[in-house]
Write a protein that binds this ligand. Structure first.
Ligand SMILES: [Zn+2]
Length: 478
């Protein structure tokens, strides 16, 4: 069996505010931005590796670029300083890497050595270990803990330029197409000439991680409304197409008391108004407004067309969030993995007749909602358990505020078209658990995401957890 080569989007660990990175159509920042991908995505197959074709470099080391395949089926190029890589990379000169390894620290043609260990123990055991300077390439920070700290180099360390400041590029107008790369002052690797004039200070690597202006992008396939006030009943002042960028000015709670926020936005054409947070996808800089990050946790579907919110726990109310998408859209688990509680097929959901409507059964028909053969209306479903420790800190805090300190969350993914996991399976970060479908009590393809909590990590009683039914927004707080 061939070992595949895989990549993990590490982002810029020194700058945790960078939560998404650019995926481009070719191996240089001149190439068009194809789409953005969240930091933390993992197990992305590597299709190809190339050196930066404009010889763009940092401190003389030309950036490698990796052509990756994403869960959406799309592919694109990501710069190597944003990636850890592992697997069989022999064809690209990297040999075989058994551990996730910082891609920029590697040199093709030189088989990567694991971290070098001293033959004698470090001297100053009690003090902080020094970190070997390796230029910009920080010591590898793979997901797994390193077995040992790197040790100080035997010789006095040369002065290392300070780490690049967290200053984002001029990035004057995030709405404009990406500017051409600055001309490279160094044509090819410049050998150090002691007699040469002092070299110009080395520029920090050109950030390749999105604009600093707080931005949102319309998620909905059919567009979304901009309203005059932060409430659904307010007049629509404009309708924006999918992917339209908007600048985020501020955020406020919903005026009708719904558990969502609204962002005050401005478009490139000067339209101003309010948009509900769950119709937008945000960049890292928007985190200051504490808006939900709907495509981060769980990653769930990257594409979606419409949303229907949570209403409450009473019969007849909507117990979850619905996200409309196409049949077959991958449904992913969260960025810290999880465990499958149940993965259950719906016996009445056939390929030809997947849903109530295909049998002429009205939506919400109680007799069929109580029928186990329909999986109680959920169709094909997968329930994933997220341990409290796998949840974002803000979600842990929100649970504590409602008297569920330390609780674990159980996420129902209903109406699936297919399931790709089994009971008790441990999930890798962002692993696909199935695909979006239209099975059971459903009238259009969508994901029904329903969240229940339990203080018992080994709880298997989904029905019993109904007393802790929660608004799924609890998973998306920041
Ligand atoms: Zn639903």
């Amino acid at each position: 069996m061939a070992i595949t080569a895989l990549a993990h989007i590490r982002g810029l660990p020194d700058f945790p505010q960078v939560i998404e990175i650019n995926v481009r159509s070719g191996p240089n920042t001149n190439y068009a931005l194809s789409f953005k991908a969240p930091v933390g995505l993992s197990n992305l197959p590597i299709l190809d590796v190339k050196q930066d074709d404009q010889k763009a470099n940092f401190q003389g080391k030309v950036y490698p670029w990796f052509n990756l395949k994403f869960p959406t089926g799309m592919s694109g190029w990501v710069r190597g300083d944003l990636l850890n890589i592992w697997g069989d990379l022999t064809v690209w000169g990297y040999g075989t890497l058994s551990q996730p390894t910082y891609a920029f620290s590697l040199t093709p043609g030189v088989v990567a050595e694991p971290v070098q260990f001293p033959t004698t123990p470090p001297v100053s055991v009690g003090s902080s270990p020094s970190v070997a300077p390796v230029g910009v390439a920080a010591p590898v920070q793979p997901p797994a803990p390193a077995p040992a700290q790197p040790v100080a180099p035997p010789a006095p360390a040369p002065v290392v330029p300070p780490a690049p400041a967290p200053v984002q590029p001029a990035a004057p107008n995030p709405l404009a197409p990406p500017p051409p790369a600055a001309p490279n002052p160094i044509a090819g690797p410049a050998p150090v000439q002691p007699s040469a004039p002092a070299p110009a200070p080395v520029a920090p690597p050109a950030p390749e991680a999105g604009p600093v202006v707080p931005m949102g992008y319309v998620l909905m396939r059919d567009g979304a409304n901009v309203r005059a006030a932060p409430v659904v009943s307010a007049a629509a002042v404009a309708r924006l197409d999918r992917n339209t960028p908007v600048t985020i000015m501020e955020a406020k709670p919903d005026q009708s008391g719904l558990a969502v926020k609204w962002a005050r936005v401005r478009t490139q054409t000067g339209v101003e108004g309010w948009m509900r947070e769950d119709v937008l996808r945000f960049n890292a800089a928007a985190a200051q407004f504490d808006l939900i990050v709907p495509d981060r946790y769980p990653a769930s579907m990257i594409e979606r067309w419409w949303v229907r919110g949570y209403e409450g726990p009473a019969p007849g109310q909507h117990w979850g969030w619905d996200w409309g998408a196409k049949v077959g859209e991958p449904v992913l688990c969260g960025p810290n993995g999880g465990t499958v509680l149940k993965s259950v097929a719906c016996t009445k959901c056939t390929a030809q007749k997947p849903s109530f409507k295909d049998y002429g059964i009205p939506l919400g028909d109680l007799g069929n909602l109580n029928d186990p053969a329909w999986n109680f209306g959920y169709g094909h479903y997968v329930i994933v358990r997220y341990l409290n420790s796998q949840l974002p800190a803000s979600t842990q805090q929100a649970l504590a505020r409602i008297g569920l300190n330390g609780a674990h969350l159980f996420a129902m993914h209903g109406h699936l078209n297919s399931r790709s996991v089994t009971d008790k399976q441990e999930l890798a970060p962002n692993q696909a658990i199935g695909t979006c479908g239209d099975t059971g009590n459903s009238q259009a393809a969508h994901l029904h995401l329903e969240i229940r909590a339990s203080l018992n990590a080994n709880d298997i009683n989904w029905a019993g957890m109904k007393k802790n039914l929660l608004n799924p927004t609890i998973l998306y707080q920041r």
